[in-house]
Design a protein around this ligand. Structure first.
Ligand code: SF4
Ligand code: SF4
Length: 106
């Protein structure tokens, strides 16, 4: 990818890097462990109650299980820490054009 197509950061040493912003969180695989919430340096995530889903016929209500959600995607700095700690590979990241257009990372 060409560096000037996306929002680009710069390290203290002057090296460019392309932030990969979180754009999706797969709640179907999330176990609500909270690792991504704890490691995120911004206010991006929130732990919420999973939508009640009683179609599994196990006789138990799922309405108390917790799952992570994206609370404020616009606060993400694209550091990638959330994906590095997630045991279930729930997050999807993408670079962002200065115009605001997102491109799903390969
Ligand atoms: S990429 Fe970094 S700032 Fe963005 S949600 Fe993940 S941990 Fe937070
Ligand atoms: S680290 Fe992964 S499994 Fe744990 S709460 Fe975050 S998204 Fe869910």
């Amino acid at each position: 990818m060409a560096a000037d197509e996306y929002i680009v950061g710069i390290t203290r040493g002057g090296t460019n890097w392309t932030p990969l912003f979180v754009i999706e969180l797969d709640q179907s695989t999330c176990i609500g462990c909270g690792r991504c919430y704890k490691v995120c340096p911004r206010n991006v995530f929130e732990l919420v109650e999973r939508d009640d889903d009683d179609d599994d016929d196990d006789g138990f209500s799922d309405d108390t299980s917790m799952v992570m959600a994206i609370h404020d995607a616009m606060d993400c700095i694209g550091c990638g820490a959330c994906s590095r700690v997630c045991p279930k590979d729930c997050h999807t990241h993408a670079p962002q054009a200065p115009s605001g257009d997102l491109t799903v990372a390969a």
